[in-house]
Design a protein around this ligand. Structure first.
Ligand SMILES: [Zn+2]
Ligand SMILES: [Zn+2]
Length: 138
């Protein structure tokens, strides 16, 4: 993972600095996180402005991407690190869950795009609703 990170940074002419490694470490192997969460987890090591700059750089270098959730967003590592997957977002508690992989869904999206004379290269799909906890009657 670290070698891939280093290679992606190098492609853009950047080196692997300590703050970049720390931010990467916070994102690696975890569910998508808000900027506030990332800042919270790195608070005693890097200042806020550096976190914002690092995330921006990660987005440009294809290391991390932004998931738009309503008017907010969360950050996660790209498919290069995480594999292709989608999310379920709970609008009540704000948690994000991975959607179980479904090859039929993936084929379907590509097929629909092709039928519209479009050559698909990728997609994002975010599903909103209530998680098991939040949909329980109280
Ligand atoms: Zn919930
Ligand atoms: Zn997909």
């Amino acid at each position: 993972m670290i070698n891939t990170l280093r290679a992606l940074l190098k492609q853009k002419g950047y080196s692997l600095t300590k703050p970049r490694l720390i931010v990467f470490g916070v994102l690696a192997g975890k569910e998508p996180q808000t900027m506030a969460e990332i800042i919270g987890l790195t608070a005693n090591k890097i200042d806020r402005a550096t976190v914002y700059r690092t995330i921006e750089l990660f987005e440009q270098a294809g290391i991390a991407h932004r998931l738009n959730i309503g008017f907010k967003y969360k950050i996660e590592l790209t498919e290069v690190f995480n594999g292709h997957h989608h999310h379920l977002h709970c609008t009540a508690c704000g948690r994000t869950f991975p959607l179980p992989a479904n090859p039929m869904l993936e084929t379907m999206i590509d097929t629909v795009a092709s039928k519209a004379d479009f050559a698909p290269r990728g997609h994002q799909l975010e599903i909103y609703g209530l998680c098991q906890n939040c949909s329980k009657p109280s």
